[in-house]
Design a protein around this ligand. Structure first.
Ligand code: ADP
Ligand code: MG
Length: 140
């Protein structure tokens, strides 16, 4: 295991319901450290670029609309095995399949409006972090 960094996004369904603090607490309780964080409002085009890997999937347009529908909190989480650990704390994409105690089991509204994003591998983590943050904005 190594110290890694991963990109996390608290999605509009969660910011709208004032769940930012409760969600961040789950990451911190799991040993992940917030080393960069900002609250922003994405345009649909910016959301589309972020989720470009999914552009052929049937839910792409709906996903981009949703991600632009309200503020998001983008953050860099750091810790031992942070990429996998973040995904463990998030739970499965569909809240119906998410393990008890995970963010998505507790807070997600549906498979689309599922409260959080997390990078899935070291290369995507690096790419997603640099989409939102400059090196100067990440303070470990
Ligand atoms: P994850 O966010 O768990 O990595 P994916 O990368 O497969 O999941 O999908 C990206 C996002 O697209 C999901 O978090 C969710 O918001 C949305 N999504 C995935 N599958 C569906 C679906 N079947 N219907 C609607 N939205 C979906
Ligand atoms: Mg994904």
């Amino acid at each position: 295991m190594a110290i890694e960094r991963t990109l996390s996004i608290i999605k509009p369904d969660a910011t709208k319901r004032n769940l930012t603090g409760k969600i961040v607490a789950k990451f911190e309780d799991a040993g992940l450290r917030v080393v960069a964080q900002k609250r922003i409002r994405l345009t649909k085009a910016q959301a589309g670029q972020f989720y470009e890997v999914h552009k052929e999937r049937p839910f792409y347009d709906e996903l981009c609309e949703f991600m632009a529908s309200g503020p998001v909190v983008v953050q860099v989480l750091e810790g031992e095995d942070a990429i996998a650990k973040n995904r463990e704390v998030m739970g499965a994409t569909n809240p119906a399949d998410a393990a008890p105690g995970t963010v998505r089991a507790e807070f997600a509204e549906s498979v689309g409006e599922n409260s959080v994003h997390g990078s899935d591998a070291p290369d995507t983590a690096a790419q997603e972090i640099s989409y939102f943050f400059s090196g100067l904005e990440i303070v470990g």
